[in-house]
Design a binder for this molecule. Structure first.
Ligand SMILES: Cc1cc2nc3c(=O)[nH]c(=O)nc-3n(C[C@H](O)[C@H](O)[C@H](O)COP(=O)(O)OP(=O)(O)OC[C@H]3O[C@@H](n4cnc5c(N)ncnc54)[C@H](O)[C@@H]3O)c2cc1C
Length: 395
């Protein structure tokens, strides 16, 4: 049976951006409509369950659209995000420039946002999937599907609202892509592509290395990313690989290009060569296994054409260690991605993220065509974009 109710501000989605918006906005009646059984589900999975909620060095350059994202970031930078969370009672800690809740539990961030949103009088309705948004008279009419535990439809609701905010995120990691709710109203969107996702490479380069981790630098199309690489049987994962995947998602890197790993980034080629050359009284196996995981050592020797039981050829081995190359074949699918690159064109929204096409319609978070690197950038975007909308709609 179809019911009808009236809302002031209807926020479609109950994720990071929606909750922050509800926690920031006073003087208006905010209703979150979340398709899932609970709000903030993705938030709980962030930062391996610890929630890297921002980073001290997050800057415009970390995003696909530096100038556009930079405008919003300047108004609500990482320091403001930390102040905001601390003002809500969340104790934070900084580890290596990355900001986490002191508890290192993502649930602390979710609990804090939910409590603050409730204090502001926000209503959080779950198991409500918005299927269409129509502009009618001076407001909007939303068609909402009510679902049970298994996602099966149990009813329908017709809802009217004075203003609508799209905060539906993306299809990354089991999420739902709902930007069509706004493209149906005349907005345009760039197709979503997985980003911050493992990379597929030629199998030969990673043969026998599945599960091995190395701290290294990785370069693709002249961009260098430092951090961990985790070898998989299909390619590479880990922070450095995830950051480089953004180049592929944004179309800057193409299949067939080389990813070059520097397996000893803190030493020069000459230093690596000298270290090996100083040990010619030992076998290559002994020297390499003193430097790397045994399986990595074996692959380096194989690449360098170096028999393991022979005297090490310092020049050949150092060359492979400083430039172990793999061929890019593509990336894993959206289910393995932390974010999607793509979404609603930012050009169609003003400096408050108010639609230039549909009066009283707003958007925030990952549904917009803004994606950042690892290190708290994407949640920072959720907070910065929520702040912009809150400035426009709050009193
Ligand atoms: C595994 C993982 C780890 C991550 N770790 C980090 C990290 O440590 N730091 C960081 O900065 N970023 C991280 N991210 C990225 C970050 O989680 C997202 O960028 C952020 O959650 C986006 O916020 P959002 O509010 O735009 O979307 P979401 O948080 O995805 O929320 C969108 C919500 O809208 C709902 N929805 C969609 N369509 C509809 C509809 N039609 N009707 C009703 N509801 C709908 C969805 O169910 C969802 O709950 C991670 C992502 C993943 C997947």
């Amino acid at each position: 049976m179809s019911k009808s109710c009236v809302k002031d501000i209807a926020v479609i989605g109950g994720g990071a951006a929606a909750l922050a918006f509800a926690a920031m906005t006073s003087g208006r009646r905010v209703t979150l409509l979340e398709a899932g059984a609970r709000v903030g589900k993705k938030l709980l999975a962030t930062g391996n369950g610890k929630c890297n909620l921002t980073g001290l060095s997050v800057s415009a350059a970390d995003f696909n659209a530096p100038e556009k994202a930079g405008f919003f970031l300047e108004k609500f930078p990482p320091e403001r995000a930390i102040e905001f969370f601390e003002s809500l009672g969340l104790c934070t800690r900084v580890t290596g420039g990355r900001v986490y809740p002191y508890s290192e539990c993502a649930s602390s961030v979710l609990d804090t946002l939910m409590a603050a949103a409730k204090e502001r009088g926000a209503e959080m309705l779950t198991r409500r999937e918005v299927r269409s948004v129509k502009r009618e008279h001076d407001g909007f009419v939303l068609d909402v599907i009510l679902t049970d535990d298994k996602g099966a439809e149990t009813g329908r609701e017709r809802l009217t609202a004075n203003a609508v905010v799209l905060a539906t995120g993306s299809g990354a990691s089991g999420g739902r892509d709902s930007v069509s709710l706004y493209t149906a109203l005349g907005h345009t969107a760039r197709a979503f592509a997985p980003s911050l996702v493992p990379l597929k490479t030629d199998r030969e380069s990673v043969k026998g290395l599945n599960g091995v981790r190395v701290k290294c630098a990785a370069e693709l199309c002249g961009v260098r990313a430092e951090g961990e690489i985790l070898f998989r049987d299909y390619g590479i994962s880990g922070i450095a690989a995830m950051d480089l995947s953004a180049l592929y998602a944004r179309g800057r890197a193409k299949k067939g290009e080389s990813i070059v790993l520097d397996l000893m980034p803190e030493r020069t080629l000459a230093e690596v060569e000298a270290r090996i050359a100083a040990q010619t009284d030992r076998s290559a196996e002994r020297v390499l296994k003193g430097m790397f995981h045994s399986r990595v050592a074996e692959r380096i020797a194989e690449r360098a054409g170096q028999p393991l039981d022979a005297t090490p050829d310092a020049k050949a081995l150092a060359a492979v260690i400083k430039a172990y190359s793999l061929t890019l074949y593509g990336c894993a699918d959206a289910d393995r991605a932390q974010v999607m690159s793509g979404g609603l064109s930012l050009d169609e929204f003003d400096e408050c993220l108010r639609s230039r096409i549909v009066p009283d319609a707003y958007a925030m978070g990952e549904a917009l065509d803004v994606d950042g690197l690892c290190g708290g950038c994407n949640l920072q975007w959720a907070w910065s974009s929520a702040y912009a909308v809150s400035c426009a709609l709050g009193k």
